[in-house]
Design a protein around this ligand. Structure first.
Ligand code: ADP
Ligand code: MG
Length: 156
């Protein structure tokens, strides 16, 4: 898929459990092999959302921890979850080193925190979720996706 991303919808969460539930629903709706970028400040809820995605894939959410030093965690499962965190990415060359572009395997999903660190104009993601901190317990999640995915994400 290489069509540009279009705006799909904005969802609101007022609890960690809601953010996780949204992640789980997204995991079920996305086609095998999809790549998901997460953008938002520290504490915006990206990692909580990844825990929800894991649950949606049948992976224990307790397995999900932020990869240390900008690396990738692979959580095996019927559909594996590849989880990268680019917070500490120093140069774009490191992307090749960690093999991000070769993920996910098979029917899995690839989810990348700090997706904006890949720079403008990259074509890696099928969907990008922009997290906005509203208050201590509220977050807005704006979803952009390939036009081809828009219909299947309407039920999110
Ligand atoms: N609605 C919400 N959704 C997600 N996290 C929330 C929400 N409300 C409060 N939080 C808190 O915000 C923090 C989000 O942390 P985390 O998911 O690690 O953020 P990030 O990965 O974006 O840095 C957690 O401490 C969580 O308990
Ligand atoms: Mg995080």
């Amino acid at each position: 898929m290489s069509s540009p991303l279009v705006s799909v919808k904005t969802l609101f969460s007022d609890a960690v459990s809601t953010t996780k539930a949204l992640g789980a629903r997204l995991a079920v709706l996305l086609p095998p092999g999809a790549t998901v970028g997460l953008v938002g400040e520290l504490g915006a809820g990206k990692t909580q959302f990844v825990k929800g995605i894991a649950t949606g894939l049948g992976i224990l959410e307790t397995e999900v921890v932020s990869p240390s030093f900008g690396l990738i965690n692979i959580y095996p499962g019927e559909r594996e979850l590849c989880h990268a965190d680019l917070y500490r990415l120093e140069t774009l060359d490191d992307i090749a080193t960690i093999g991000l572009e070769d993920t996910p395997n098979g029917d899995g999903l690839c989810v990348v925190e700090w997706a904006d660190r890949l720079g403008a104009g990259h074509d890696f993601f099928d969907i990008i979720v922009y997290f906005r901190w509203i208050d201590r317990s509220k977050r807005a999640l704006r979803i952009d996706a390939r036009a081809a995915l828009k219909a299947c994400l309407q039920n999110l």
